[in-house]
Design a protein. Structure first.
Length: 65
């Protein structure tokens, strides 16, 4: 279960998603957020969580523009 502290990372997550959104093909933002929050729930750092979002290239085929 995700705790309140993890959910409070949503602001940071949105800031980290912005460059990804601008540099990749159209995608559902919630998929990127889910990967990031999943990494944070596993106690990853914020940087690790941002990298986890890039797994979307491998999992969902969302490629850079």
């Amino acid at each position: 279960m995700i705790d309140v502290a993890t959910l409070s990372d949503l602001h940071e997550t949105s800031e980290r998603h912005d460059p990804y959104e601008k540099s990749h093909a159209p995608h559902n933002w919630w998929d990127w957020y889910a990967a990031s929050l999943h990494a944070r729930e596993g106690r990853s750092t914020a940087d690790d969580a941002a990298i986890a979002g890039h797994d979307m290239e491998d999992v969902l085929g969302i490629l850079p523009k």
